[in-house]
Design a protein around this ligand. Structure first.
Ligand code: CA
Length: 759
């Protein structure tokens, strides 16, 4: 007995030690990264998101006025609410918002009057937990679940009345207070982009753990209050509740797009068992920690760890789940496209222009099961909407350009995620590219007829025409690739020619992709530093490289590797001068390029973000290694100024995550990840299938950024890329790092990544 007793103590201690040694990766995440932004300068344009991975609803403190896309700005000194949040970007603003604001003393409902000063010293932002103590002594805490939140409002001790204001926001809302059950329920319908907005409602239910001393309704237009009222419907209707002075009150809230009953189901299933906020918070921490620890990096500085995990957090928020679970666990959803209820999974909130390049290639590594569901949901969305999503928020906006859903579908297929019918995908894509939809430039195809007949979109018939031509040609490559892989000869033949259309906007005389008239003439006057016109949010220097699928074909247009590399070098060596062109004045992306101080290299926006990796196609991979390390160390950190431009639904942060692992997907739709230069000495990715893929960078340091030699699973490795299969099978990529470039590794054409011309 005694021996056995002793043994169990020893085992117990050992277990505690092991648990104690387990790293809590959430400690490295700063959810305020990128929040120090404004209309004229984006350092991320993020808000301190408290939410679960791909959660249906997030939560955030709100400093901006109701409906303002700049919902939280770091420079603001007052908070006016704690809001349910879904926003992808300030440029599309939010939907389905309602908020809470605790007030002490006199009841104040008006959003300006109730705004209360705070200091960032009294604020904590973690993925699973946000807390702030306002200058008036009230502490608000939030611990999110996928479809709900656990809130706690702690009022300062004393005799002052404690109030909680529920704000029904900017459009119609319905409120019902049930003092007996200590609940407030109702719905809001503020939104911009539900394609069937008439049927749309966001039903919510909030359950409190303390009795109400008094209550009433108010409305947001006149700020009039209705003491004692319990039920009302109107524009911006809200509720207020009174609690005992000094109360610490917890509230559990959940919402649903399907019904009030489903909101209750969501509340019970996600929060029902949690009696305290601590329990919800700990569950959220574990979910995030399990996910973050699947990409375990070692050997960096504390700040590098903070930057990496803050970025990994942001790269795991969008596209959000838009489905709910019945009591038996089966998924179903309200469609933001047709307003009807459907069985199955739905995902939304993403502008693919921003994310096909980095976020989806990362997601395919980390979450293939979810991607499989998502690819089916894309095709379901097409049936409901009539169009493939391009920029959904949560319905289709058609924002930006290109038809990049095909990039997602083909990239998934190439990587073995084959849950969808490829013929349906190709048919949907063909409809997309031979029609123009009702919304934006990326809903259907702007200029599609001319693109097919002339081989390019003419300028000035279409603004952004050259950008369109380039991105259409890449998308057509993806369609060709999917058709080719699945034996669909019909679509293979159609897109086989179109994917070379990038050649039609290349002017050999100037060496730039240029605007071209219907008669074939080049648009004049031409200056490669002029923004807008035939380019979208960029200039000729930025769009020259948008030939993801045929970099060798692009090199051939320049005539030689040397000429191509010289052109790449110029991007970094030129002055960062800007001519605003058709924008008529400086837009934030121009300011960000100048602040980055890397010449014409504009990492603040997507078009050129793959360009540093193109040296690996032209015999000088050491320049890729140099520049990606420069970009990571100079343009990213974990602070509120931590991004060099809009974060864009994980786009900006996924670039960092992949690049910090030493990888980047220059051409989604192929199975390759180009090798760059990793930040950390060791990075271990644990895949869904349980395999691990490790990138070891021996002798890595801020000076030793160059790859001297490489081995894959112990064998010498000369290629400038690895494949998805290499990662998924598990293994070890070992890189010997050096302070001097290696002029012999990865320089032969047999080592370069995929190009159509070499296919
Ligand atoms: Ca952008």
């Amino acid at each position: 007995m005694v021996r056995k007793y002793l043994l169990s103590i020893v085992v117990g201690v050992a277990a505690v030690t092991a648990a104690g040694a387990t790293t809590d990766y959430t400690q490295y995440v700063n959810t305020l990264q990128g929040t120090d932004s404004n209309f004229g300068l984006s350092r991320g344009n993020t808000y301190p998101t408290a939410g679960m991975p791909y959660g249906v609803h997030f939560w955030s403190a709100q400093t901006g006025r109701n409906g303002d896309g700049f919902k939280y700005t770091y420079s603001a000194d007052a908070i006016r609410g704690f809001a349910q949040a879904h926003q992808c970007s300030p440029w599309v603003s939010d939907y389905a918002v309602y908020s809470f604001m605790p007030v002490v003393g006199d009841l104040v409902v008006n959003e300006d009057a109730r705004a209360t000063r705070f200091s960032h010293d009294n604020e904590t932002g973690r993925p699973h937990y946000y807390a702030v103590t306002l200058d008036n002594g009230i502490t608000t805490e939030m611990a999110p679940t996928e479809r709900g939140v656990h809130l706690r409002f702690s009022f300062p001790a004393g005799k002052d009345d404690a109030w909680l204001v529920l704000d029904g926001y900017t459009e119609m809302s319905s409120i019902h207070i049930d003092p007996k059950r200590r609940t407030v329920s109702g719905w809001v319908n503020n939104q911009r982009f539900f394609n069937d907005s008439k049927s749309y409602r966001n039903y919510f239910v909030v359950e409190f753990d303390k009795p109400f001393e008094a209550w009433g309704l108010w409305e947001n237009v006149s700020d009039s209050i209705m003491p004692g009222a319990t039920t009302g419907v109107g524009k911006g209707y809200g509720a207020y509740l009174k609690f005992k002075p000094g109360t610490k009150v917890q509230a559990k809230a959940a919402s649903s797009y399907i019904s009030a009953e489903q909101a209750r189901v969501n509340l019970d299933s996600e929060l029902g068992d949690d009696r305290t906020l601590e329990a919800t918070k700990e569950r959220g921490r574990r979910v995030w920690n399990d996910l973050l620890s699947r990409v375990k990096v070692e050997g960096g500085t504390d700040e590098e760890l903070r930057t990496f995990y803050s970025c990994l957090f942001r790269s795991n928020l969008f596209s959000r789940m838009f489905y709910e679970l019945r009591p038996d666990g089966t998924p179903y959803y309200y469609s933001p496209y047709d307003g009807k209820i459907h069985d199955g999974y739905m995902y939304t909130d993403n502008g693919f222009w921003d994310t096909f390049r980095s976020q989806f290639p990362l997601t395919n590594i980390l979450h293939p099961t979810m991607q499989g569901r998502y690819m089916n949901a894309l095709l379901d969305a097409q049936k409901q909407c009539g169009w493939l999503p391009s920029w959904s928020c949560p319905g289709e906006t058609g924002g930006m350009l290109g038809n990049h859903s095909i990039s997602l579908l083909t990239d998934a297929w190439v990587k073995g995620i084959r849950t969808f019918d490829p013929d349906s995908a190709l048919k949907a894509y063909a409809h997309e590219v031979m029609n123009k939809g009702p919304w934006g430039g990326a809903n259907g195809r702007a200029g599609w007829k001319e693109y097919f007949t002339l081989g390019y979109v003419p300028y000035p018939m279409s603004m952004g025409s050259t950008a369109q031509t380039l991105e259409y040609a890449y998308d057509d490559f993806c369609a060709w690739q999917l058709a080719r892989m699945t034996g669909n000869k019909f679509y293979e033949d159609i897109f086989a020619k179109q994917m070379y259309n990038y050649r039609n906007v290349f002017d050999p005389a100037t060496g730039f992709m240029r605007g071209r008239g219907e008669d074939g003439s080049w648009a004049e006057p031409f200056n490669p530093i002029e923004w807008g016109g035939p380019y979208c949010e960029g200039n000729a220097w930025h769009y020259n490289w948008s030939v993801f699928h045929d970099v060798q074909g692009l090199i051939d247009l320049y005539g030689s590797d040397e000429a191509f590399v010289a052109k790449l070098d110029s991007v970094f060596s030129l002055p960062g001068d800007v001519i605003p062109g058709t924008y008529g004045g400086m837009i934030h992306e121009m300011v960000e390029m100048q602040l980055a101080d890397m010449g014409q290299y504009a990492h603040g926006n997507q078009p050129i973000q793959h360009m540093p990796y193109l040296y690996t196609y032209a015999g000088q991979p050491w320049k890729t290694q140099y520049w990606v390390r420069q970009i990571m160390s100079r343009l990213y950190d974990s602070t509120p100024k931590g991004f060099p431009g809009d974060e864009d639904q994980g786009g900006m942060s996924s670039w960092y995550v992949l690049s910090a692992l030493g990888l980047y997907a220059v051409c989604p739709g192929t199975d390759q990840y180009v090798i760059g230069s990793p930040v950390f000495g060791k990075a271990t990715i644990t895949l869904e299938n349980g395999n691990t893929f490790t990138v070891e960078a021996v002798n890595n340091s801020p000076e030793n950024v160059y790859i001297a030699s490489a081995r894959l699973n112990g064998e010498p490795y000369d290629l400038n890329y690895i494949t998805y299969g290499d990662i998924a099978r598990g293994g070890v990529l070992t890189l010997e790092m050096s302070a001097t470039p290696c002029y012999t590794r990865g320089v032969d054409k047999s080592t370069v990544p995929f190009s159509l011309t070499r296919h």
